[in-house]
Design a binder for this molecule. Structure first.
Ligand code: CIR
Length: 253
């Protein structure tokens, strides 16, 4: 049975890191949206492991940033934002029941939101949060499993998966002018609709359907036209603090 690891939203979520594009979130509404997300994952057949919130870590709901699953290994990260480094331990403890834990160590930094595993390749965003050393530590694990690592410099967005969203085995939705698309040459690229810039996020499910943000209907329509089954969900209060649909879970087989 596929498993989804999630983390509850603390009251301190109002103090999450917010970029210039963001705003202070409504915590009650964020929790209702997070509940709905859990219902949809459950309906798609995922076994849910929901870790408690940590008031000392306002961004802890963004569990994706804390670990990357690569086969039998969970690479636990060293987040680029210092205020987030204390999020790792409880996630590592939960994942240790199923995976060998390999940590990213100082001085490297890596956020899980910068890592996209697709088609036998591991694309890693070089961003304000993930540095060269973090990428090379991740690459050592990935290459040991026969996976090719493709570093992808990202600009104007927080993470690689803020702008390059996998929606299927070989298809990604890309926000224009954020990455060199030649680096994604093996993949089919669908562009985010121009008037929905930075509104689209997605999460492909084990069922083959794709969760998509309700704030990007034109982009969702492009996917429907390509034959994808899309399930819209409102995560406005997650997007308010620069999150998306991938970042609030870690999905495993
Ligand atoms: C942060 O700035 O770290 C959080 N407010 C948002 C993290 C989003 N994570 C993700 O997309 N993987």
């Amino acid at each position: 049975m596929p498993t989804a690891w999630l983390r509850e939203i603390p009251d301190s979520y109002v103090s999450a890191i917010i970029s210039d594009h963001g705003r202070v979130p409504d915590v009650d509404k964020a929790r209702a949206q997070h509940d709905r997300y859990q219902v949809l994952l459950g309906a798609a057949g995922y076994d849910l492991v929901v870790l408690p919130a940590d008031e000392a870590h306002p961004d802890c709901v963004f569990i994706e940033d804390t670990a990357v699953l690569l086969g039998p290994v969970a690479v636990t990260t060293r987040p680029g934002a210092e205020s987030r480094r204390g999020e790792i331990a409880p996630v590592a403890e939960a994942l240790a029941e199923r995976f060998e834990i390999v940590p990213i160590t100082e001085p490297g930094t890596l956020d899980g939101g910068d890592v996209m595993v697709l088609g036998g390749k591991v694309y890693v965003g070089r961003s304000s949060r993930t540095d060269e050393e973090g990428i090379s530590q991740l690459a050592a694990v990935a290459e040991g499993q026969g996976l090719t690592v493709v570093p992808v410099p990202v600009r104007g967005v927080l993470h690689l998966k803020s702008a390059v969203l996998p929606v299927g085995e070989e298809t990604v939705v890309v926000t224009r002018d954020t990455v060199d698309e030649d680096l994604l040459a093996d993949l089919r690229i669908v562009h985010e609709a121009r008037r929905e810039r930075h509104s689209f996020s997605a999460l492909p499910l084990a069922t083959g359907d794709v969760l998509v943000t309700m704030s990007a209907p034109e982009t969702a329509r492009k996917l429907v036209d390509l034959g994808f089954g899309v399930i819209p969900i409102d995560v406005s209060e997650i997007q308010a603090t620069d999150g998306g649909l991938t970042c609030i879970s870690i999905l495993g087989d």
